[in-house]
Design a binder for this molecule. Structure first.
Ligand code: ATP
Ligand code: MG
Length: 406
C-alpha cells in the first residue's frame, strides 16, 4: 500500500492554554527542521495534530526520522477520506485490501469527534465493517484479538483511516523548556542524560573537560563523536572544550588525594557556571547515578553540588546501569562510549576516593588555594574552545553572534 499521508500525534497532552499553542508551533517547526532533507514533503496543521503529505517521499525513511523527534508521541500512515459514508467505506476497503500479508481477522474502531456526522460510532463500526467483509473473501471479524484494527477517526474537516500506530520519542519539543549545560564525559552515562534532558525540551550546550596532553587527541575526538550523535537529535549542538590540566595539577598539589575527585568536580561546576552565564543556561545536567561510584554517593553529591548555585539535573539518578546501557544502545552512543580512551578524571583517580567527603575540610582546602586558583579558573574559561556540531556532520568554530533559533 502506497501511503500518502502521515498523521503525527503530539506528546505531553496535559499542557494547556498558551503553552499548548507554543508547544504545537514549536513542534511543527522542529518537525520541519528535522525533515528538511525530504524536500517534497508538505504539511497540514489542524488542532492538536500535524499531517505530513509524502508527495512521493518514502514512508519508511520519513517515519524513521519522525520517531526520533522530541514532542512527537506517535504517528501513523493514514488515508484521508471525505465526510461521507460512501467515501469512508471505499477508503476502508482500499486500505484493508492493500495490506500485505492479507489479514485473516480484523475489527473496525470508529471515533467520531465531529458530532454532525450522520452516523454514530457504533453504527459506523457496523456500516464500514460489513462493507469490508462483503468485499473481502476469507476475512472475518474478531473483536477480542484481531490481526488488524482499522481505526477511523472522523475529525471536523476530514476522516482519517489507519491500521498502524508507531511510537515516537515523546516528551517536549526541543527548546520548549529553555537551555542547560550538559557535563559530557566520554562515558556511557552522560550522553544518555543529555538525550533525556533534550527529550524534556531542553536545548543543551555540552561542556567537556580534557587534560591534554595527559589525555589523548582520541579522547577528545571520542567526546566530539558523542556530541555529534546528540546533534542528530537536536539538529545541532555546541560543545565547549575546557583545558583542565592546570586546575587539576594545582589540585593534586594540595596533597589531599582522597578528595581529588570531589575537588575536581566542584571546579568543573564552577567553570561550567561561568560558561552558563555567557550562554544563558539555567541548569547543569550530569550523568550521575546514585551510588555508582565514590563521587556519586549522597555524601559526595551533597558536597559537590554545593559548589554550584544553578540547579543540577541528574536524569539518571535513580536508574540502574543495565537500563542506562539499553538507552545508550537505542540512542546510538554505546559503541562510542565503550572505546577505551581515558577520561581526564580517570587519570587522577586516587586509590581511596572519599565516599563521604568533609565539606568543612574541602572548603578550607579551596580557601587556601586563593587567588592563584581563581586565575587558573578564569584562564580555563578564556581558553575554552567552542565548536558547533550539526546533524549533517559539519563542525566549525562557533561564531560570536548567536545563530538562528535560541
Ligand atoms: P559517565 O559515563 O557519564 O562518564 P561515570 O559513571 O563514568 O559517568 P563519573 O566519571 O564519575 O561517572 O562522572 C559523573 C558525571 O560527571 C558524568 O556523567 C559527567 O556528567 C560528569 N563528568 C565526568 N567527567 C567529565 C569530563 N571530563 N567532562 C565533563 N563532564 C564530566
Ligand atoms: Mg566517566
Amino acid at each position: 500500500m502506497e501511503y500518502e499521508l502521515i498523521m503525527v500525534r503530539f506528546g505531553e497532552i496535559t499542557i494547556k492554554g498558551k503553552n499548548r499553542h507554543r508547544f504545537e508551533s514549536l513542534l511543527a517547526y522542529q518537525i520541519k527542521t528535522a525533515l528538511k532533507s525530504f524536500p517534497a514533503l508538505t504539511y497540514e496543521k489542524t488542532l492538536g495534530r500535524l499531517y505530513i503529505r509524502l508527495n512521493g517521499e518514502s514512508y519508511g525513511l520519513v517515519g524513521d526520522r519522525v520517531k526520533d523527534i522530541f514532542g512527537v508521541l506517535s504517528f501513523s500512515p493514514v488515508v484521508k477520506a471525505e465526510q461521507s459514508l460512501d467515501a469512508i467505506r471505499d477508503s476502508a476497503l482500499e486500505l484493508i485490501s492493500g495490506l500485505t500479508p492479507a489479514p485473516k481477522t480484523f475489527k473496525v474502531s470508529v471515533k467520531r469527534a465531529w458530532k454532525q456526522f450522520p452516523h454514530d460510532s457504533v453504527e459506523m463500526n457496523h456500516l464500514v465493517g460489513s462493507h469490508v467483509l462483503r468485499n473481502t473473501p476469507d476475512l472475518k471479524v474478531n473483536v477480542r484479538n484481531p490481526e488488524v484494527e482499522l481505526k477511523i477517526d472522523i475529525q471536523h474537516e476530514n476522516t482519517y483511516l489507519y491500521c498502524e500506530v508507531e511510537k515516537a520519542a515523546g516528551g517536549f519539543p526541543l527548546g520548549m523548556n529553555g537551555k542547560a549545560m550538559l557535563l559530557l564525559s566520554g562515558g556511557i552515562d552522560s550522553p544518555v542524560a543529555g538525550w533525556m534532558a533534550m527529550r524534556k525540551g531542553l536545548v543543551l550546550e555540552a561542556v567537556h573537560f580534557h587534560s591534554y596532553p595527559f589525555t589523548s587527541e582520541q579522547a577528545k575526538e571520542k567526546v566530539i563523536t558523542l556530541a555529534q550523535r546528540l546533534a542528530y537529535y537536536s539538529g545541532k549542538i555546541k560543545i565547549h572544550l575546557v583545558p583542565f590540566t592546570e586546575v587539576q595539577t594545582k589540585l593534586t598539589q594540595t596533597g589531599h588525594d582522597s578528595l581529588i575527585i570531589t575537588l575536581m568536580r566542584r571546579y568543573m561546576l564552577r567553570i561550567t557556571e561561568k560558561l552558563a552565564e555567557q550562554t544563558g543556561a539555567l541548569a547543569i545536567v550530569t550523568g550521575d547515578s546514585l551510588g555508582q561510584v565514590a563521587s556519586q554517593t549522597l555524601g559526595s553529591m551533597n558536597v559537590i553540588g554545593r559548589a554550584a548555585a544553578l540547579p543540577l539535573l541528574r536524569p539518571l539518578v535513580m536508574m540502574d546501569k543495565i537500563d542506562i546501557i539499553k538507552y545508550a544502545e537505542t540512542i546510538g552512543t554505546f559503541e562510542t562510549s565503550i572505546l577505551p580512551f581515558e577520561d581526564c578524571c580517570t587519570l587522577f583517580v586516587p586509590k581511596n576516593p572519599a565516599i563521604n567527603p568533609d565539606l568543612d575540610l574541602v572548603e578550607r582546602i579551596e580557601a587556601h588555594l586563593g587567588e592563584e586558583m581563581d586565575q587558573l579558573v578564569d584562564k580555563a574559561v578564556q581558553e575554552t574552545e567552542t565548536l558547533i556540531l550539526r546533524e549533517e556532520g559539519i563542525s566549525q568554530k562557533a561564531e560570536q553572534k548567536e545563530d538562528e533559533w535560541f
